[in-house]
Design a protein around this ligand. Structure first.
Ligand SMILES: Nc1ncnc2c1ncn2[C@@H]1O[C@H](COP(=O)(O)OP(=O)(O)OP(=O)(O)O)[C@@H](O)[C@H]1O
Length: 315
């Protein structure tokens, strides 16, 4: 599929030309679990100050990518540089803060005690009040963690992630347990943080969340980047039309290769083609298959088109 190259090369040329060291540079990053390739030769460069969403369905490789960036899982091959340093060096220097899916919080401490405990692990932690304030949990300082709601726990995890004032925040589905208002508050806090030039990469299942809060969306499927661009670019790339037709004798390969066709499926003689240009597709289909009948064209909604882009393709 050509969407990645239409929008922007996965590895932006800006950083090569400019002086700025990328916040994140992943090169050929690969993780295999026996037969499963969870992350497949991923190349990705993040400029400092970007808020980037790693968007994709279950099993796309988001968590594995995040875990490798945090040194929790070793890559099978490929390289990771964070501000030009190794994962270990960047972590030791307090450059990286992380918020992981479902990480456990100890039960028998207050929020302030827990944040202080984490602060003690770092050489130059931020003052407690500032951390609590930035995470929007100043009013929860004396609350025991066992008494927190799911969304409040997420904000405490966020406080722990920012304790060392990291330049890069890596967040795996940070708003998973939050209601709409908490989600908005969370991202408002994030925006205040990134005002200071911090880089954020977060994993999410939700196109809407990625569109609303990220400067850039990297769409993953089966461990590969299938699209990379701003929310508007991704939306225009994924929206399109679907052409269905009964095409006796057609092969999947020939249908997928028609101009304007992004992806094709064939069930018996019934072909369904997701098109970037449905007019071009039909103009090419008819001379190639004059026997085609029952042709239908319909517009794909955004969510539907997104799903089409993130499920297995035939091309
Ligand atoms: N420890 C593991 N052992 C074997 N396979 C794994 C392991 N961790 C992940 N995988 C596989 O790697 C692929 C990518 O998984 P990953 O958790 O990175 O996806 P994801 O995009 O984060 O999905 P989700 O949104 O469900 O968290 C999946 O096929 C998953 O089953």
């Amino acid at each position: 599929m050509a969407i990645t190259s239409q929008i922007r090369p996965a590895d932006s040329a800006d950083s090569a030309a400019g002086q700025v060291t990328p916040a994140v540079r992943l090169t050929g990053l690969t993780k295999k679990y026996k037969a499963v390739t969870a992350v497949d030769a991923l190349d990705l460069t993040l400029e400092p100050g970007q808020v980037v969403a790693l968007l994709g369905p279950n099993g796309a490789g988001k968590s594995t990518t995040v875990d490798m960036m945090l040194g929790l899982t070793r890559p099978t091959s490929g390289q990771i540089a964070l501000f030009g340093q190794s994962v270990r060096q960047a972590a030791d220097a307090g450059m990286v803060g992380a918020m992981l899916q479902n990480s456990q919080l100890p039960d028998d401490v207050t929020v302030a005690e827990l944040v202080n405990l984490y602060a003690g692990l770092h050489r130059k932690p931020l003052p407690l009040d500032l951390v609590l304030d930035r995470a929007g949990i100043a009013d929860l300082a004396k609350r025991r963690t066992a008494k927190l709601s799911g969304g409040q726990k997420q904000r405490v995890r966020f406080a722990l992630a920012i304790v060392a004032d990291p330049r890069l925040l890596v967040l795996d589905e940070p708003t998973a347990a939050m209601d709409v208002q908490s989600r908005r508050d969370f991202w408002a806090a994030m925006r205040r943080l990134t005002g200071g030039g911090r880089t954020i990469i977060f994993a999410t299942h939700y196109l809407e969340e990625a569109d609303e809060f990220a400067d850039r969306i990297v769409l993953l499927r089966a461990g590969k980047v299938v699209a990379d661009g701003s929310g508007a670019q991704i939306k225009s790339a994924v929206s399109g039309r679907q052409v269905a037709a009964t095409v006796p004798g057609a092969t999947l390969q020939s249908l997928a290769g028609l101009p304007g066709v992004e992806e094709a499926t064939l069930v018996g003689d019934r072909a369904t083609m997701r098109c970037s240009d449905s007019d071009a597709a039909i103009r090419a289909l008819l001379p190639a298959y004059p026997q085609a009948t029952d042709i239908e064209i319909r517009s794909l909604g955004l969510e539907e088109a997104f799903l089409a882009l993130t499920t297995e393709e035939a091309k």
